[in-house]
Design a protein around this ligand. Structure first.
Ligand code: OXD
Ligand code: MN
Length: 597
């Protein structure tokens, strides 16, 4: 066995112990160097885990295909393993730590025989920043190593930081047999440990992402009094060069990545706005000594959905993924480039689909349905630094100051385009009652409302009732808390047509949000919060049909009272643990609506 590049006892003891369990043939430590990365790529290509793409057109890009039943996060196999079940809450699957370790050990046992065990020291957040956390992932997947090298700061520098602080999150991963019946994604927040086995899919296997940066981090954040959130962070540069930052939470597949990289709309060009992307998925936020909220993105890459990404939806992403990108489950074209449904350009005549099968334009399956070229959850992994919008503050240890927090969901009829919460407590209620309607892309009843508070339902590593309380407490700690808003880009008219064009035009709404933060405009007080005066949303160059904006800003108290029934049911799941303040906000909203009915 090779010499370990560290004398840190905690780390070497743990790696040795995991090696005794998984029995790899070899152990390789990841130093984060370009040479090591190249070497791993060569090995992965010869083992057919990766396909080298056309290096002239897509330099540094490769393609990976997952197992057919390993294409998305498996929430039903994801557990929070706390000593007390109540600490995991009704929002999580729970297993006792003893039972979970026992069950998983049987799967990890000798799982790495004939394979190499990679040890990846990594930092979530800039190395050495007071915001950041160190983790070490052990894995037997080269694909995981190469992804972690993009998504995190992996290697030597993280290891030296670990030695200084002497604590880290222990992340153990093995593909094992990639068997869905032997797949478990286990979190042990009380042990600062994650065990994931039987999956090679990003959200299950890149343990720095959802597992550490959200589930484990949210648990730690409550103890250490900060926030780990499922939020994008973007900077909006005004013509005078001043940049304001916002953090925004939307459920998965509501356009966080597109918003974070937005290209200002043609109509507002004269105003000279520019967008800076700090992050598209996760925000860690702390109260600083100035009494305001500051945020970093713990990640260093994007793990974005490919299907639907094109020059109209996200031109900056199209630029970003032209180099040094790992594509997963997309179509391989004859010329060694890639394609997916909704990509730019013509539908290719033929290729190899995400399953590895020959594919032809118009090809139908046995039931007469089109065979998809790319999986609907196909992905690209790409460095943020590739993006033309990458913020110059990404590496800054202090992060960025947050002026506004924005919540959002997909609501056909209920929520207006935008509204502002009355204060922090009301804002927490707005976040806690967030919901989204199912689209055709998801299984289940179309239009069915799914509650997803702060977009954290699948990611909160403890009882959400305590999480709400933590949010309320955080507000009290800030001298100047950010204002809280709610947006809905998805409102429809009577004929089922979207009333708002979305995408680039969303900047018009962010402009109003910033005007509110800077006390530049007043607003209309309504039962649900402050709404814009229609004339305060700059529609220059936008051809919105007559009356559309008024419809977008309409509130129907009857619909909101109906909505409150769902909220009531949801809140009751948390029994006595739910903070009284949220029931107070519920009552106040209900009363305001009844007066206006
Ligand atoms: C993601 C998700 O992959 O939220 O970011 O599902
Ligand atoms: Mn996400």
């Amino acid at each position: 066995m090779k010499k370990f590049p560290t004398h840190n006892k905690k780390l070497t003891d743990w790696v040795n112990k995991m090696a005794r369990l998984c029995k790899p043939d070899d152990i390789v430590w990841i130093d984060g160097s370009e040479e090591q990365k190249k070497q791993l790529e060569i090995e992965a290509i010869s083992a057919q885990e990766l396909i080298l793409l056309n290096q002239e057109k897509l330099p540094g890009c490769v393609l990976h295909r997952t197992a057919l039943d390993d294409v998305a996060r498996t929430e039903h196999l994801t557990y929070i393993c706390t000593k007390k079940k109540r600490d995991a809450g009704p929002n999580n699957n729970w297993m006792s730590p003893a039972a979970a370790y026992k069950k998983a050990k049987a799967i990890f046992d000798k799982a790495m025989r004939g394979r190499t065990m990679y040890v990846i020291p990594f930092s979530m957040g800039p190395v050495g920043s007071p915001f950041s956390k160190i983790g070490v992932e052990i894995t037997d997947s080269r694909y995981v190593v190469l992804n972690m090298m993009i998504m995190t700061r992996a290697g030597e520098a993280a290891l030296r930081q670990l030695e200084k602080q002497d604590h880290f999150t222990k992340c153990l991963h093995s593909k094992a047999e990639l068997d869905i019946n032997k797949r478990l994604i286990l979190h042990f927040p009380e042990d600062n440990t994650i065990w994931s086995v039987g999956s090679g899919y990003g959200g299950n296997a890149l343990l720095g992402k959802k597992c550490l940066s959200l589930r484990i981090a949210s648990f730690i954040a409550r103890k250490e009094r900060w926030l780990a959130e499922h939020m994008l962070i973007m900077g909006i540069e005004e013509p005078n060069g001043h940049i304001e930052y916002i953090a925004a939470a939307f459920p998965s597949a509501c356009g966080k990545t597109n918003l974070a990289m937005l290209l200002p709309p043609e109509g507002l060009k004269v105003k000279g706005y520019r967008i800076w992307t700090v992050g598209d998925d996760i925000a860690w936020m702390r109260v600083d000594s100035d009494g305001t909220l500051w945020a970093v993105n713990p990640e260093a890459g994007f793990f974005g959905v490919a299907v639907g990404t094109n020059s109209q939806a996200n031109p900056n992403m199209i630029e970003t993924i032209k180099k040094n990108t790992i594509y997963t489950n997309v179509l391989l074209k004859k010329d060694g480039t890639v394609w997916w449904e909704g990509a730019d350009g013509d539908v290719p005549e033929e290729g190899i689909d995400w399953r590895g099968e020959p594919w032809k334009k118009g090809i139908l399956d046995a039931k007469g349905k089109p065979v998809s070229a790319a999986h609907p959850n196909s992905r690209f992994t790409t460095p943020i630094a590739n993006s033309p919008t990458a913020s110059f503050r990404i590496e800054q240890h202090h992060g960025v100051p947050i002026s506004a927090i924005v919540f959002g969901g997909r609501r056909q009829h209920l929520a207006p385009l935008v509204y502002e919460a009355f204060n922090w407590q009301h804002g927490v209620f707005v976040g806690a009652t967030m919901a989204s309607e199912r689209t055709a892309a998801q299984v289940g009843q179309l239009g069915e409302v799914r509650r997803d508070p702060m977009a954290m339902l699948p990611f909160c590593g403890y009882n959400m009732a305590y999480y709400f309380k933590h949010w309320l407490d955080m507000g009290k700690r800030m001298a100047k808390p950010p204002k809280i808003f709610h947006v809905n880009w998805f409102r429809m008219d009577e004929s089922g047509k979207f009333l708002w064009p979305g995408f680039r035009e969303n900047l018009r709404v962010l402009e109003w949000i910033l005007d509110r933060c800077n006390n530049k405009v007043d607003a209309v007080r309504t039962p649900i919060g402050y709404l814009p005066h229609p004339s305060d949303i700059d529609l220059t160059g936008l051809d919105l049909p007559q009356g559309a904006l008024e419809k977008l800003l309409q509130i129907r108290p009857k619909d909101w009272l109906e909505e409150l029934k769902g909220v009531n049911k949801f809140f009751k799941e948390f029994k006595k643990c739910l903070p009284k303040e949220l029931w107070d906000e519920y009552e106040k909203l209900s009363n305001r609506l009844k007066v206006n009915e």
